[in-house]
Write a new protein. Sequence first.
Length: 421
Amino acid sequence: MAISDDVLVIGGGLAGMTSALAAAEEGVRVRLLSYKKSTLRNASGLIDLLGYADGGIVADPFEAIPALHEGHPYERVGVERVREGLDLFDESVGASYLGGHTDRNALVPTYGGTVKPTARYPVSTAAGLASDARPVLLLGFEALSAFDAPLAAEHLRAAGVPFDVRGVSIEFPKRFRADATAMRFARALDRDEPADDADIGTRAALVEEIKDHLDGAERVGVPALLGDEDPEEVRGTLESGLGVDVFEVPMGPPSLPGLRLEDRLYDALDDAGVRVRTGNPVVEFDPDDGYITTVYTDRNGQHVPFEAEEIVLATGGLVGKGVKSDRQAVYEPVFDCHVPHPEDRYEWFRDGAFDDHPFARFGVSVDRDLRPLDADGGVEYENLRAAGSVLGGYDLAAEKSGSGVSIATGYAAGRAAGECA
């Protein structure tokens, strides 16, 4: 017997979770199917709406969005849905994120020493904004090679930030294996494990170590590893001990800010009554007269059927394998939706590594209801919508728009599905 719901969302990333939350607001039964863990653990935790357009940095994304080309995901949904999607995000994550007070992008320093325009940012990064003129000490750890604090400080100075910035690398108060990730450092701070060379906890020992390097700095930036279970307590302890503001610098994977965001969104899904099933891929579906009636997941070789009135496809792009390619074609693997692309695969890319590569914009084309379109421009399935990076028509890496598109189109697709179910 098939498992039946009103709305079925396929994909457990930011777009899928937003779709499920938006559909649940319509008072319908919603189920989310996710094959693999969310890619948020690989993300910075920053919510980029639109950072760059026409080769320049964007100060106000809402002023720039109306000028985007036809077919861009933001053009498909419109500015109002973008705002509503961000409102839903703000409600879901509560006070853990800032930025909703203004339409303008904030400028957040990154672990590479660049400054990234972003629309929403974790509260743990707030004291590090580049618009703040107070002098900064960037702090790295010898055992964590992913963040070279002196080099990052040098890059920020070269970028012309309006504050003095220095970088130092120190020994973490507790020694770990050479392959330890930020997660192990965070665990030590969460538990306040004993320091190796002092009769005090890791937090207090870290405070004492940092004090020797402050030298007039009024805020201290550290890699984003200040605890996972209670990061605000860890950061607050450091601030109290140092007498200055402390902020986290977003890092690469595994990203603690990304994992924290994932936890908050899954809590929101639970509060909204969304049923979540993970670990099994969608492998087959039944079409009937322009509609999808049933999808099947594979569980240990058995096909498990799921029925729904409306379906949202949010399986990711080329990186998330929601869009795939071989030597002959580019395709969407779940429902075989059309993905526009040149027939000659040598036209999928350019010669230079940083050139404007066509493959960066590969994805399904949709109408303004986010229904995937076939090769002739007709709707693939009346009850199917797509959201997030499975969509084509934009370059999320160049634009710094990935999270924003996931939220805006996830919201629009989920709301439309909930209304139609």
